[in-house]
Design a protein around this ligand. Structure first.
Ligand code: PLP
Length: 405
C-alpha cells in the first residue's frame, strides 16, 4: 500500500514545545512517574484560575450560544475590544476593525495566510514564540530572525532588524511583553520599528497577549499608538492575563491607513467566514473580562503571587554557578543562560530530555524558540513558590553532575 504522505508545505515547520520532549514526558507519566511540568505557559494547572465573574458570565450565556455567530465575532465583544483600545488612546480602532478568533494562535495563521506570497520574508524576533515562525513557514513565507540583546534587557537589536530588511520583506513581528524573555519594550524601540515600517512599507504584527502581565514599573506601549500611519495588527486575548487558554478566545485589531488596508480586510473577512465563526461561549467572556477590575493586578503587584514566584525563581536560578537570567519585566517566563564554559551543551533538546529522565522535570530548550545557540532554557514562573524551589533544586542537582570540572 502506498504511504499516505504529508504535504511538502510542512517540511520545514517546527513546533518543538509540543514535540518529542512532551511525548517523552507523557510516556514517563504513563509509566507512573510524576513529572514537574514547566514547559507551557498555561496558568490553569498551577491553580491560577480565571476570575470567577468571567466564568459565571460564560455559564450564564452557554444556553444562548448554541448557534453560529457572525464570522468576525459577536458585536458586544467586538465593541468591548474597540472601546478598550479607545480608552487606551487608540481612537482609530472601531468595531469593524476587530476580528475574534479561537485564540491568538488561529488569528496568527489567518492573518499571515491572507498576506504572504511564497518566499515573502517576515522578520521575527530571536528568541521568539515559535508559532510565529511555524505559521510564516506554513504559508510558504520565510521567517528571518532578528536578534534580541540579552545584554540590553533583551530589547531588539535595532541595527540587526534594519540589516535584515530586504526587498522581499513584507512585515515585522513584535512580541511585547515577550515570550520567552519577559522583556517589555520602551516607546523609543517601538518608534524605531514604526520608522522602519514607514521607510520600507512594511506591516507590523504586534503580539501583545501579555500586555497586562507586568512587574514593578514596566509600562506597556501599544505599537499601534506610535504607528498610527502604519498598517498594524494588534493581537491579544483571554489566555494569559485572564487565565482561560482552554476557552480559546483572542482577537486582532487592524489599524493604520484605512484605504490601504481595505483589500486586506476583505481577504481576512473571507478567511474568517471560511472557519464559520469563533467558539461562541468564550466570546461572551470578552466583555466581562475587559469591563472591570480584574485580579491580574493583585497577582503582579508587590506581594502578589506571580510577582513572588518571579522573584524567587530568579533568585534561586541565578544562585546556581554559571546560570544567569535577565529579570522578567513582564509575561511569565525567565529565559536563562547556561555559561558554555561550564556547561558544554551540544544539543539542548537532548539536554532537556536528559534532565527530564533524570530529574522528572520538563522545561523548554532555547533553540525551540529559534535562539541560535544551545545555551538557554525557558523557565515558567507559574508554579507556586514551593514547586519553583523544588524545580530549581532538581535543575541544580542535574547541572552539578553536568558541569565541566
Ligand atoms: N502569542 C504569544 C506570545 C504566546 O506566548 C501565546 C501562547 O503561549 C500565544 C500567542 C497563543 O495564545 P492563544 O492561547 O490565544 O492562542
Amino acid at each position: 500500500m502506498p504511504q499516505m504522505q504529508h504535504s511538502s508545505k510542512l517540511r520545514d515547520v517546527r513546533y518543538e514545545l509540543r514535540g518529542p520532549i512532551l511525548q517523552a514526558a507523557k510516556k514517563m507519566e504513563a509509566q507512573g512517574h510524576r513529572i514537574l511540568r514547566m514547559n507551557l505557559g498555561d496558568p490553569a494547572p498551577f491553580g491560577l484560575e480565571a476570575p470567577e465573574s468571567i466564568v459565571v458570565d460564560m455559564i450564564h450565556h452557554l444556553r444562548g450560544s448554541q448557534g453560529y455567530s457572525d464570522s468576525k465575532g459577536i458585536f458586544s465583544a467586538r465593541t468591548a475590544i474597540s472601546q478598550y483600545y479607545q480608552t487606551k488612546g487608540l481612537m482609530q480602532i472601531g468595531v469593524e476593525d476587530i476580528f475574534i478568533g479561537n485564540g491568538v494562535s488561529e488569528l496568527i495563521s489567518m492573518t499571515l495566510q491572507a498576506f504572504l506570497e511564497n518566499d515573502d520574508e517576515v522578520l521575527i524576533p530571536a528568541p521568539d514564540y515559535p508559532l510565529w515562525t511555524a505559521a510564516v513557514t506554513l504559508t510558504g513565507g520565510r521567517a528571518v530572525h532578528y536578534l534580541c540583546d540579552e545584554a540590553n534587557q533583551w530589547w531588539p537589536d535595532m541595527a540587526d532588524v534594519e540589516a535584515k530588511i530586504t526587498d522581499r520583506t513584507k512585515g515585522i513581528v513584535i512580541i511585547n511583553p515577550n515570550n520567552p524573555t519577559g522583556a517589555v519594550y520602551p516607546r523609543h524601540i517601538l518608534q524605531r520599528f514604526a520608522d522602519l515600517a514607514r521607510k520600507h512599507d512594511l506591516v507590523l504584527f504586534s503580539d501583545e497577549i501579555y500586555e497586562k502581565i507586568r512587574y514593578e514599573d514596566a509600562v506597556h506601549v501599544h505599537t499601534a499608538s506610535v504607528a498610527t500611519d502604519v498598517c498594524t495588527l494588534t493581537f491579544s486575548g483571554l489566555s494569559k492575563a485572564y487565565r482561560m487558554p482552554g476557552y480559546r478566545s483572542g482577537w486582532v485589531a487592524l489599524s493604520g491607513p484605512r484605504a490601504a488596508m481595505s483589500e486586506y480586510r476583505e481577504a481576512l473577512e473571507l478567511l474568517a467566514s471560511l472557519r464559520l465563526c469563533p467558539n461562541v461561549p468564550a466570546q461572551h467572556a470578552i466583555q466581562t473580562s475587559l469591563g472591570g477590575y480584574q485580579t491580574i493586578d493583585d497577582l503582579v503587584a508587590p506581594g502578589g503571587r506571580l510577582r513572588q514566584q518571579r522573584d524567587r525563581a530568579h533568585e534561586l536560578l541565578t544562585a546556581i554557578p554559571g546560570v544567569s537570567a535577565v529579570p522578567a519585566a513582564g509575561a511569565m517566563y525567565l529565559f536563562a543562560r547556561l555559561d558554555p564554559q561550564l556547561y558544554p551543551i551540544e544539543n539542548d533538546e537532548q539536554f532537556v530530555i536528559d534532565l527530564l529522565q533524570e530529574q522528572k522535570i520538563l522545561i523548554s530548550h532555547g533553540t525551540a524558540f529559534n535562539w541560535p545557540t544551545t545555551d538557554h532554557f525557558r523557565f515558567v514562573i507559574l508554579p507556586a513558590v514551593a514547586d519553583i524551589e523544588e524545580a530549581v533544586r532538581r535543575i541544580s542537582a542535574f547541572l552539578g553532575a553536568y558541569r565541566r570540572s
